[in-house]
Design a protein around this ligand. Sequence first.
Ligand SMILES: NC(=O)c1ccc[n+]([C@@H]2O[C@H](COP(=O)([O-])OP(=O)(O)OC[C@H]3O[C@@H](n4cnc5c(N)ncnc54)[C@H](OP(=O)(O)O)[C@@H]3O)[C@@H](O)[C@H]2O)c1
Length: 320
Amino acid sequence: MHAIVIEDKHLVWAEVPDPEPAEGEVIVDVTASAVNRADVLQRQGLYPPPSGASDYPGLECSGVISAVGPGVTGHHVGERVCALLAGGGYAERVAVPAGQLLPVPAGLSLVEVASLPEVACTVWSNVVDRDRLRPGETLLVHGGGSGIGTFAIQLGAALGARVLVTARAEKHERLRALGADLAIDYQTQDFVRVVRDHTGGRGADVVLDIIGAKYLARNVEALAVEGRITVIGMQGGRAAELDLSRLMAKRGRVSSTSLRARPAADKARIVAGVRDQVWPLVAAGLVKPVIHSTFALAEAAEAHRLMESGDHFGKILLQR
Ligand SMILES: NC(=O)c1ccc[n+]([C@@H]2O[C@H](COP(=O)([O-])OP(=O)(O)OC[C@H]3O[C@@H](n4cnc5c(N)ncnc54)[C@H](OP(=O)(O)O)[C@@H]3O)[C@@H](O)[C@H]2O)c1
């Protein structure tokens, strides 16, 4: 088969051996994959795959099952699926633990569903499973125009929360159309002041943060009493000082998670939660894929250049 391999920080379409299904795995013939910021970091040598994962980039895919390994029940050759991966999605075929497979929700094509597994699992596991966002609460999402952000806005709104986002001004109209109550221009506005003003001084109940160090202290200032901050990205650095008295005064919580390195059993639990709680919202049209553009899989390097430019809104797909 062919796959995108990383050679000297470049993406190269190369001939590689076919994967074999191990115990509990299926082989998926890939129809589409999608680009995540983590793939760019992996290509740059800054984010090696976890041990046991494929060396090829690609944290999600859609396609058709072409082989079923030993010990797998409930799946069959010819089944249309999408999947959360630890790597290997930029390829013609990929081995997937059966617990990381998801069905294709009604109304979506096999190409567009490739945009969902990574963002759905990341956002649901943090905002719903971990931070217990409740109807009527305020969710602050940093980087509203990202793949993660465009999904988090829709999920938060569908769950009855008020969603506030930070993003560059040119993305604001599209963010409001997705369900954001308010978009904040992080280049010209102080998000702490705007969040406080907009919530009558209360602050955000849940903060989903991709910036890290640069926003830590300000996230605490923007937090409501009993608020929860989860940091899932470090685009603004990894080391910061935290004034615990400010956090304590709010009885606040700061946590951080990474999906990719979680054990397979954890991922299977998250995937099951997404199937039960998020997929019905997708099938009902309340949460939709937000796809900026689609490249041929062999042209993944072009897709990475687009992601690095920051000009995309939502997801960038790779189609075979
Ligand atoms: N921990 C995990 O398990 C996990 C899983 C998935 C993703 N992530 C992380 O989530 C983040 C988003 O991933 P993605 O693939 O969706 O990336 P992406 O589409 O490339 O999004 C990056 C976003 O960062 C925004 N941004 C840059 N500087 C900002 C600032 N100062 N304030 C607010 N927003 C800012 C950009 O918004 P503008 O265009 O408006 O500037 C852009 O939308 C990445 O950091 C990724 O590593 C973590």
